[in-house]
Structure formats: C-alpha cells, structure tokens
Design a protein around this ligand. Structure first.
Ligand code: CCH
Length: 290
C-alpha cells in the first residue's frame, strides 16, 4: 500500500519544536474553552480520529493524507465537535505552511498529551497531503455502544490485536468529556479532564456504576460523583482479560504511561512506511524549556 512517508530533509527537530511550542502556548492562552477544560482533549481527539479510520486490509484511511481537513471526513457524524480542533490549528497551519496536515494533526495530539503531564510520545514527520476523494468513507470510527467483542474486532481492523494495546488506548478517556450535542452521551469520565493520568482505570474499578438513560435517550454508566462511562469503556471490566489489565494500570501509573506512549505513537503512524533510518523526534514540554 502506497502510504510512504516523505520527510522534508531540510527540517530538523527544532523546526517541529517551534510548532509544538506554538500549539502548547495557545493551549495555555485559550484555557477557558469548553468550561475551562481547554483544548487538550479535542486536540488529542483530532489526532486519534485522523488515525482511527485505518483499515489494514485495504491500506486506506489513517493519518497519512491529512484528509480530516476536508468536509467529507470532518462532517462524519463521529467527528462532531472536531471542527473546533481544526479551527484551533488552521492559523498554525497558515503560520507554518510547510507542515503537512497529517503531520500537524498528529503533532497536536502529541503536544496535548505531553502538556497534560502525560508521557513523552515519540513522533515522526513525513505525512503527505491527499485530496478529499482519497480519504476514507464515513463510519469507520468505533461505536460507543460496543461490547468487548466489538471493541476487539474494531481494534483488530487497525491491526491492534493485543489486549494491552486496546486497554492502554482507551485510558485516553482520562481526558475530556462527552457532550450530548456531539455524541448523544453526557458527562466527564473523571475529575481532572485536562490532566493525563490513570484516573480512568481507577474510576472504572472504584465508582459505583449505574446503567441510566441520559437526556438524549441513550444508556450510559453513571456514578454518584457525576462521572460517566460509555458502554465500550465499561466493557473493559466486563471481560476478564481486559479487567486484569485495567487493574494493573489502576495500580501502576508508570506501566500505563509506558504502554500508552508506545501504542499511541504506533496509532499515529499506523499504515505509514517511514524510511528505515528515520529516528523519531521527542519534544520538550514548555516547562522543560523554561
Ligand atoms: Fe474517545 N470518545 N472513544 N478515545 N475520546 C469521546 C471523546 C473522547 C470512543 C468514543 C468517544 C478513544 C477511543 C474511543 C478521546 C480519546 C480517545 C466521545 C465523546 C465518545 C462517544 C465525544 C463528544 O461527545 O464530544 C470509543 C467508542 C472508543 C473506542 O475505542 C481513544 C483510543 C482515544 C485516544 C487515544 C478524547 C480525548 C475525548 C474527549 C474529547 C472532548 O471533547 O473532551
């Protein structure tokens, strides 16, 4: 499959660190977004939804072509709400016109995770802009109502066949919240929606979850503290093998960070062939540069 990266050899890590810094600074400056959660979660989500369309059989979809910028993909109902992430990034694209859209969307996810005090995410450049009709068809992102069998088959299509990869990725739901207007679900997964941590796993195991209908008529799991879980989230404690991994991550945040860093980096590169000798960049946080 012809998803071959074409990294610009005239650009160095310093060039991309500059873009990282502009993203990170803008996250700090626009902290009032979404009830003072800020832009961290939605920037992670645009990176993930750009990548989560990949299909290992056909080699189509994924972050390579930056096709999320086109109306066809952005208007997929699963992407409701992502126009705010695109609007956040568009002026940065104008400021650095040499970066490809796929590189910018994935770099934004890396910056957001790291600025949220998450693990370092190794990242490589070289995605190339593709046209609208080269993007994936709508409907390839996961259904929130899925059970454990559905979740495994969805990630299998991405070529993530290992249960640890799946559970680690879902831990990203420590960030952000669901919005009735976007998805028909309502509420946050935890208390600290802009801090990357293992809180998602702790809450899955320790909250008293009740199966309730929300204002849009959809069923979700709610806790007395006002937290929520999607059916697909809750499936991780319904399946014995998934649950053991949830317990491990709840007990040991370092193990979660290590596994998440590894699988998120692979998610952002899924289906792309990079030159053999291309080393990943590891960016500094704003704090580390003070
Ligand atoms: Fe997710 N996610 N996600 N998710 N997601 C939603 C929001 C976020 C599923 C469904 C939903 C991942 C995996 C899954 C984020 C990151 C990741 C919402 C609410 C739904 C529904 C959208 C709304 O209403 O605004 C399902 C199903 C899966 C199954 O695998 C993975 C993997 C990641 C990252 C690695 C983040 C962050 C958000 C919060 C966005 C926000 O606006 O706060």
């Amino acid at each position: 499959h012809p998803n071959v990266a074409n990294p610009d050899k005239t650009k160095t890590i310093e060039d991309y660190q500059k873009i990282y810094n502009v993203i990170a600074k803008k996250i700090q400056d626009e902290d009032e977004h979404d009830g003072y959660i800020g832009y961290i979660p939605i920037l992670v989500r645009i990176a993930w939804h750009s990548s989560g369309t990949y299909d290992k059989e056909s080699g189509t979809g994924g972050s390579h072509g930056g096709t999320m910028r086109h109306a066809k993909e952005l208007n997929d109902p699963s992407n409701a709400g992502l126009h705010t992430a695109k609007a956040f990034l568009d002026p940065i694209q104008t400021q650095f016109p040499w970066i490809s859209h796929g590189d910018l969307y994935t770099l934004a996810g890396v910056a957001a995770i790291q600025e949220a005090q998450g693990p370092k995410i190794p990242w490589r450049n070289g995605r190339v802009n593709k046209d609208e009709d080269e993007g994936p068809e709508n409907g390839r992102l996961p259904d929130a109502n899925g059970d454990a069998t559905y979740v495994r088959s969805y990630y299998g299509r991405l070529n993530f066949l290992n249960d640890r990869d799946i559970v680690a990725l879902m831990g990203c739901h420590c960030l952000g919240r669901t919005h009735l207007a976007n998805s028909g679900f309502d509420g946050p997964w935890g208390a600290a929606s802009n801090v990357f941590s293992n809180e998602f796993f702790v809450n899955l195991l320790t909250e008293n979850w009740k199966w309730e209908k929300n204002a849009a008529g959809n069923y979700q799991w709610n806790s007395p503290k006002g937290y929520m879980m999607l059916p697909a989230d809750h499936s991780l404690i319904e399946d014995g093998t998934f649950k053991k991994i949830v317990e491990e991550y709840a007990a040991n945040q370092d193990v979660f960070f290590k596994d998440f860093s590894n699988v998120f980096a692979r998610l952002l590169e899924n289906g792309i062939t990079f030159p053999k000798d291309q080393k990943p960049f590891i960016f500094k946080t704003l704090d580390e540069q003070e």
